[in-house]
Design a protein. Structure first.
Length: 388
């Protein structure tokens, strides 16, 4: 059995080398590019100097100060001034700007007279991150503008700076960011997006590797090398891929946590162990999916759909606890849900493994899922005829 295992493993290595445009690209080149792309895309932590516009119909000292203040913010940059709302709206529809601030005529006079002038904020909510940052900055600018007027009036009435500060800001907020003190988007987006992308590649390659044996009618020869033992055939085929994918995952882990200094509150060895678990969990899920749908095209389609849904239903983009009960239960069927919880609890917050034992059990279940469909895979490899 050991000789048969090494024979199949060498056969798989030869297949990977003889098809570099497929295996090398999707097992090494594209995953490494994904790692570089996402970490470089957000290397500044937050997007900076997002383009915004100003529609200043007041043209007063107050409106010019608001414009200068908005331009001085780190996340926004005033790139254009428009004569009316129509021109600003066209620029926003062309994506030349992400939003604009409308200052109506008479804003300063009404503010001094305490008539509560209305300043309008327009931003593109379809670009979620950019729109949220721009809204936050424009809202802060208008709030500070009103505070500046109140400060000037209180000074004219003879109040001391301490009295003015207590009046304008009666409660001082002292914020402490846990685990991500710098509010670095890169450190908690890349550490979730990159493993999910790599997991998707692993699942697809796993299903493809079995299906391609049916397509090219090499399954009988593969099973003959394994003495018709499906367990030995799968182990010999996927151990070489496990080695390659593990090295890629370890490189991604090293690049994120030790080159880009992403925060982590656990042992470095645990990071690499978790990366290895992602690989074998994804392979187990891919084998299981092919066993359910023993067809190259259909199994890859199901795997792609399941992998893409992991971005939303696993808790990366929306909290699972805020979903309906049915969706919360469904989230357990996605392998990366367990990874995300382990990363969030153990890696990011440094809690003991006791708090995530159930998620490790879920990972083990995904690894062992192929056992349920071994007979179906063997039947497909020995009896089914490939239909394009």
């Amino acid at each position: 059995m050991l000789g048969a295992f090494f024979d199949i493993a060498k056969r798989e290595f030869r297949n990977m080398i003889s098809h570099p445009t497929l295996y090398a690209v999707f097992m090494i080149i594209v995953p490494v590019c994904v790692v570089f792309f996402f970490t470089d895309l957000m290397h500044e932590g937050l997007p900076e100097k997002l383009p915004v516009g100003i529609v200043d119909l007041d043209n007063s000292a107050m409106s010019r100060k608001l414009t200068r203040t908005l331009d001085a913010y780190q996340n926004t940059k005033v790139v254009a001034r428009f004569p009316n709302v129509r021109e600003a709206r066209k620029a926003m529809q062309k994506m030349d700007i992400y939003g604009f601030l409308l200052i109506p005529k008479g804003t300063e006079a009404e503010a001094v007279a305490q008539r509560q002038p209305k300043v309008s904020l327009y931003y593109n909510a379809s670009v979620l991150l950019a729109g949220s940052l721009i809204y936050k900055d424009m809202r802060a600018v208008t709030t500070l503008g009103g505070a500046a007027i109140g400060q000037a009036k209180l000074q004219a009435l003879g109040f001391t700076p301490k009295q003015i500060q207590a009046f304008l800001q009666p409660i001082v907020i002292d914020t402490h960011m846990l685990s991500n003190a710098a509010l670095n988007y890169n450190s908690y987006l890349s550490t979730t997006i990159i493993p999910v992308c790599l997991s998707l590649f692993i699942i697809l390659i796993t299903a493809f590797s079995i299906g391609i044996e049916l397509k090219y009618n090499t399954a009988p020869e593969w099973m003959h090398r394994a003495n018709n033992n499906i367990v030995l055939a799968l182990l010999g085929k996927f151990v070489p891929q496990t080695i390659v994918f593990t090295l890629v995952m370890w490189f991604a882990t090293y690049w994120m946590y030790f080159v880009n200094d992403f925060p982590y509150q656990c042992s470095p060895w645990f990071l690499f162990l978790l990366a290895f678990l992602v690989v074998i969990v994804s392979q187990g899920f891919g084998i299981f999916m092919f066993g359910l749908v023993p067809s190259l095209r259909m199994s890859m389609s199901v795997c792609a759909l399941w992998g893409v849904l992991s971005f939303s239903i696993s808790g990366f983009t929306f909290p699972v606890d805020a979903m309906d009960t049915e969706l919360q239960m469904l989230s357990w069927l996605f392998p990366m849900r367990s990874y995300f919880q382990v990363y969030q609890i153990n890696v990011l917050n440094g809690f003991p493994l006791y708090y995530t034992w159930s998620y490790f059990v879920a990972m083990l279940v995904f690894i062992l899922l192929p056992i349920l469909v071994l007979w179906h895979i063997k039947k497909a490899l020995t009896k089914y005829i490939y239909i394009p």
